[in-house]
Structure formats: structure tokens, C-alpha cells
Design a protein around this ligand. Structure first.
Ligand SMILES: Nc1ncnc2c1ncn2[C@@H]1O[C@H](COP(=O)(O)OP(=O)(O)O)[C@@H](O)[C@H]1O
Ligand SMILES: N[C@@H](CC(=O)OP(=O)(O)O)C(=O)O
Length: 448
């Protein structure tokens, strides 16, 4: 039994739905299907989820929202009519949006309900389309599938008891089409995962039903060794370990959500990234172990939008409780950190920009100065992180040298290096402006 998840690009329009139908027809073992909301049809298009967020925000703030509603409904009704499905489906989606508007839900819960309409409608459309092809298929709501979550502003978290209920889906006849991206709390409140979270639903379902394979269909033939928008035609990756993929996804390989690896990894389910537009391509396999390879670097990921606090204090290393007090300040200010490389007398705390408003920054700097009695506290904005990833990197001599030489040749100043804790990656902090130059030079050094 396989679980197949189709991302936004795979359900962007009626033609993409037809390709999905063919892929499902082609293999009887594809029993559980997870879908995203319609994604971008071209570079400048807007994802359905973003349209729904705009609609939700405008509605709850009492601003003009009708134009968003029209755009959303036009898009769904075009897909539905081109697939020659009943108008009743369009009405059902519109009614759903109106029922959210007239509900007495709290602001955040209402916004989650709006966001979920994208995947919910995709699943309804796909199941109706499969039925129209004579396939025994049905829509299954995540609540009925057993996806029970804890709500969290940064994205819902699955409760482990869900797996038992999900396992029961094995008994169901025919193909089950489940919307990705959301679950329900024990109180029955709808909660969404973080952005890109339909990958998480797919992985949860695959782990729950103990699938033989979790296929993740997207719009590229494989995971590439670097983001294809930075390097033209980069090398394809055939096999990756869970650990490698998690590090790469975390650091910017948006093709697969980093949190989506955990359920599959814990349940030992292999994952295959495949292309809806070219399903015969073998794709990239993500597995627990792979044969050692002399070229141990598999990928170079990067992401911008980071800032760092630099804190220096003479004899920091001897001051009992310094780290605790520092992290307590961050916790009290509700700021989570990404990395914290440290030296004898200094420490850098890397934070995502989304966590750090200018107001927050000023408060934290003041508290670090006052409560930690720091000698120096500075803030560095516009940072980008680069993660060089590969099993066996730690045991291979010369990795750091190759990377630093490549960055040096590209005249990129290294703001921070972190190789300590992860066995499979090495991280560099640089200025965002230098990012493309740095990646090109690193790619040449490790792959050309
Ligand atoms: N290293 C990488 N390998 C492949 N694709 C990548 C990589 N890094 C970023 N991407 C981007 O990820 C996109 C696919 O992910 P996403 O847009 O989330 O797809 P979906 O619509 O299927 O959810 C690709 O089109 C590509 O631009
Ligand atoms: N539609 C949601 C969830 C998702 O996974 O989408 P996609 O498969 O297009 O990345 C989002 O845009 O965040």
C-alpha cells in the first residue's frame, strides 16, 4: 500500500488534475492520496492558500474582501467545469466559505478554517474526478482520518494517539482522498500545519497506515544538489538519507517540508520525490541508510532572512548560569533561536527575521546589557545561512578547507562557521548579498 501526496503544482489547474488521475490509475497500490491546495500555474500566479489568507485577513479586519472571494471561486469553478464535474461542488465550496464567515470562531481559528478550504476543496474535486473516471474513490476529512493535533501558532503538532486511528484506514475499500495541511484538536477545532504542511499530512498518513512507500509528487524530476533557481541544471540526487534531507529541507530545499521527515523516519517508511509532469522519471529516494560514497557532499542548501545577536563578556565560560539567563531572556520575549555557536568569551545567537521586530530587538539588547552585564552586544541583520550536507562529512578530511577556499575565491566574507553538533552538515553564515556568488563557487568546488 502506497501513500501518494500531490503538491500545489500538481493540482494547479484542470490539466494537472488529469495528470494526477492518470498517475493514480497507473498503480493499484496508490490507495491513500493526500492533496494540497491549487498552487501557482505560472511564475507570477498566486497560490490558493495565499488568496485564502488574504480573504481571511480582510474579512476578520472588516476590510473589502469580495474581490478575493471572486478570484477564489473563479479558480475553483474553472477547474470544476473543465473537469466536467457537477456545479454542486462549486456551490459546496462557496457555502463552506460563507459558513466560516458566519461562524463565531476566534480570529486565529477562523483564519485556519479559511486556509484549509484550499486543500479541502482540492480533495473534494479530486475524489469527484476519480469517480467520474469510474474509480472507486472517496473524500475523507482529516478528522475522520484520525489526524488529531495540538494547536500552535507556529504550526499544529500531531498527537501520537492519531496513529492508531489512521491505521484503521487500511480496512477501507477503494481510494481515499485526504486533504493535506490540517488536522483537528481534541476539542474539534481545525488547526493548520506550518506552510508547505501537506507534506507533513502525507508523512503522517504513510506512517499511520505503515505504507510500503510515501510518494511525494511535485514539479521537478528529483531533488537537486542545489536549488535549481540558483544554478542551472544542477546535479540530481538519486538517494538521500532522512538526516541529509532533513538538514537540506531545513536550510532551504523547499521541495520537501523539513518536519515531514519525522513521521516517515520514525516508522521506517521510504520516501520518493517524483514529478507529476514526468512520472516515469525515477525521482529521489529518501531512506534510512545508503552505501558510503567517496563524494560525501550531497547537497548545498541556503536561506536568507536571518539576524544574529553577538554577545561578548570576559570570562563568560566561567560564569555559572550565563547560558540559562541568556536563553531565559529569549524565552520570556517569545523569541526562538536557530543556532548558538559560542567561543570562550562570546556567543552568537542566530534568529529568523520573522521572530525579531525592531521593538523586540531593542528590548532584548537592553536586557542582555543589563541582566547579563555583557561587555558588548551587537545585532547583525541581513544574514544568510548555507548548509553543506552529506553523510560521512565529519570523517572526511579537507571538507572545511574546500568550502572556505571556495568562499574565499568568491570574495565572500564568512561571518560564522558551525560544524560542531550535526554529524552530517557544516554551516556558514554570510551576508545575504553574497549568497548567489557563494553558492555558485561552492557548487563548483564540490560538484564540478
Ligand atoms: N534542491 C532542490 N531540488 C529540487 N527542487 C527544489 C530545490 N530547492 C528548491 N526547490 C524548489 O521546490 C519546488 C517544488 O516544491 P513546491 O513548490 O513546494 O512543490 P509542490 O507544489 O509540489 O508542493 C521546485 O519547483 C523547486 O523550485
Ligand atoms: N497549501 C499549503 C500547504 C502545502 O503543502 O502546499 P504546497 O504543496 O503547495 O507546498 C501552503 O501553500 O502552504
Amino acid at each position: 500500500m502506497k501513500v501518494a501526496k500531490f503538491g500545489g503544482s500538481s493540482v494547479a489547474d484542470a490539466n494537472q488534475f488529469r495528470k494526477v488521475g492518470n498517475i493514480i490509475k497507473e498503480d493499484d497500490s496508490r490507495k491513500l492520496i493526500v492533496v494540497s491546495a491549487p498552487g501557482k500555474r505560472h511564475e507570477h500566479d498566486v497560490k490558493m492558500t495565499d488568496l485564502l489568507i488574504r480573504l481571511g485577513n480582510a474579512y476578520v479586519k472588516d476590510e473589502k474582501y469580495k474581490s478575493y472571494l471572486i478570484t477564489i471561486m473563479d479558480r475553483f469553478s474553472k477547474i470544476i467545469s473543465e473537469l466536467k464535474l457537477s456545479d454542486q461542488l462549486t456551490k459546496e465550496i462557496e457555502d463552506k466559505l460563507h459558513s466560516i464567515m458566519t461562524s463565531d470562531l476566534a480570529y486565529d481559528d477562523m483564519l485556519n478554517c479559511f486556509k484549509a478550504v484550499g486543500e479541502d476543496s482540492s480533495a473534494k474535486i479530486l475524489s469527484a474526478y476519480l469517480q467520474s473516471l469510474g474509480i472507486d474513490a472517496k473524500y475523507v476529512n482529516p478528522k475522520d482520518a484520525g489526524i488529531i493535533v495540538k494547536n500552535d501558532p507556529c504550526g499544529a503538532q500531531l498527537l501520537p494517539e492519531s496513529f492508531e486511528a489512521i491505521y484503521e484506514l487500511r480496512q477501507e475499500k477503494g481510494i481515499l482522498v485526504i486533504p493535506g495541511f490540517f488536522g483537528y484538536t481534541t476539542d474539534g477545532i481545525l488547526a493548520t500545519f506550518s506552510r508547505g504542511g501537506s507534506d507533513i499530512t502525507g508523512s503522517i498518513i504513510a506512517a499511520g497506515v505503515k505504507a510500503e512507500l510515501y510518494e511525494n509528487f511535485t514539479d521537478v524530476d528529483s531533488v537537486y544538489s542545489v536549488n535549481p533557481s540558483i544554478i542551472n541544471n544542477p546535479k540530481e540526487i538519486k538517494v538521500l538519507t532522512y538526516r541529509e534531507m532533513r538538514e537540506l529541507s531545513y536550510a532551504g530545499f523547499s521541495v520537501f517540508h523539513d518536519e515531514a521527515l519525522i513521521p516517515a523516519f520514525n516508522a521506517h517508511i521510504p520516501v520518493c520525490i517524483k514529478n507529476t509532469n514526468n512520472p516515469s522519471a525515477p525521482g529521489t529516494m529518501i531512506v534510512a541508510n545508503k552505501k558510503p560514497n567517496s563524494k560525501c557532499v550531497v547537497g548545498i542548501a541556503s536561506d536568507s532572512g536571518f539576524s544574529s545577536f553577538y554577545i561578548s563578556k570576559f570570562l563568560m565560560n566561567r560564569e555559572l548560569g550565563f547560558g540559562r539567563k541568556l536563553f531565559q531572556i529569549l524565552e520570556e520575549e517569545e523569541v526562538s533561536f536557530e543556532h548558538a555557536p559560542s567561543g570562550i568569551d562570546d556567543m552568537s545567537i542566530i534568529i529568523r527575521d520573522s521572530q525579531l521586530t525592531e521593538e523586540k530587538e531593542a528590548i532584548i539588547v537592553e536586557r542582555f546589557n543589563k541582566e547579563l552585564q555583557a561587555d558588548i552586544v551587537t545585532v547583525h541583520r541581513d544574514l544568510a545561512l548555507i548548509m553543506i550536507v552529506g553523510e560521512g562529512m565529519k570523517e572526511t578530511i579537507g571538507m572545511a578547507q574546500t568550502a572556505t577556499r571556495a568562499l574565499g575565491e568568491a570574495k565572500v566574507n564568512i561571518e560564522m562557521i558551525n560544524q560542531g553538533s550535526s554529524e552530517v552538515s557544516m554551516m556558514f553564515g554570510i551576508k545575504s548579498n553574497d549568497l548567489h556568488r557563494a553558492i555558485k563557487s561552492l557548487y563548483n568546488a564540490f560538484f564540478e
